[in-house]
Design a binder for this molecule. Structure first.
Ligand code: SIN
Length: 271
């Protein structure tokens, strides 16, 4: 599709584009939403600069693309439960997302995507890496594609969120999803396991499953499938969680990096 409103600057051949020509704090018209939907389908993660959104504006922006999801592992803001704070500073003992993952694949229906807005970023560092699981799948041999076809894997939130919860009674989701999923919009196939949540391939011995998963994780981490986003204050990243991994680099301690994220729900289980 040709873009008539948005200006698109692709960042790599496989993933990522910077988007210009839209003010995300203003109500979005249907044609702009349609072009943004097309851009997320075409580039898997899209980036915006110099955007100024408050919490209500952030939620309105997210709702243009679907229902907002409540995070199943981390509490949202008291007055805005759909918004999760992403914050690290000199007192932080850990940060969110410094391991390759797709968001919340432990859920029965993992989210469609997320919109992250950072208002405060370190002088240097604090980039986010995104990886295309389409490119990773396409680069597999036909033999490996055939082998993975029809396999399912377990995705568990327990080991991710238990260490950071104070509630001993809280239960975290655990669900099985196909190892290769077909994207519901693009129709493309992508690898759908990740090092954060995926614990085992169903029907295999543990050592066999570990071997296959480690091979896939090494393969998917190939820089050829990645884009690296350098944040500025008031940048926004909007990623399609169904076909990407991401990783937040914590190389800026003790500086502050801060902002907010909304998560957009998906309505179909991965297929
Ligand atoms: C996340 O949602 O995993 C955090 C990403 C980031 O802070 O860059």
């Amino acid at each position: 599709m040709d873009y008539e409103i948005l200006e698109i600057k692709p960042m790599t051949a496989n993933i990522g584009a910077e988007i210009f020509g839209v003010d995300l704090s203003e109500p979005l018209t249907d044609p702009v939403i349609a072009e943004l939907r097309q851009a997320i389908t075409d580039y898997q993660v899209i980036f915006f600069r110099d955007q100024h959104i408050d919490h209500d504006g952030h939620k309105t922006l997210g709702k243009a693309f679907g229902e907002l999801a409540i995070h199943s592992g981390v509490a949202g803001l008291a007055d805005h439960p759909e918004i999760v704070a992403i914050h690290a500073d000199a007192n932080s003992k850990f940060i969110a997302g410094d391991n390759w993952h797709s968001d919340l694949t432990c859920n029965e229906i993992p989210p469609m995507g997320s919109i992250l807005y950072l208002h405060t970023v370190p002088e240097v560092g604090g980039d986010t890496l995104f990886a295309s699981m389409y490119a990773a799948y396409d680069a597999l041999s036909d033999r490996m594609k055939a082998y993975l076809d029809g396999l399912y894997a377990v995705h568990d939130g327990e080991h991710v969120y238990r260490p950071i919860t104070n509630d001993p009674d809280k239960k975290f989701p655990c669900n099985e999803h196909p190892v290769v999923r077909t994207h519901p919009v693009s129709g493309k196939k992508g690898i759908f396991v990740n090092p954060s949540y995926t614990t085992k391939i169903v029907g295999m011995r543990k050592d066999e499953s570990d071997g296959i998963l480690q091979m896939l994780y090494k393969h998917c981490s190939n820089p050829n499938f990645q884009v690296r986003f350098r944040w500025q204050p008031n940048s926004i990243a909007f990623w399609d969680n169904r076909c990407t991994w991401h990783l937040a680099v914590w190389d800026y301690f003790p500086q502050t990096r801060s902002g907010f994220r909304v998560t957009i729900a998906e309505d179909k289980r991965p297929a």
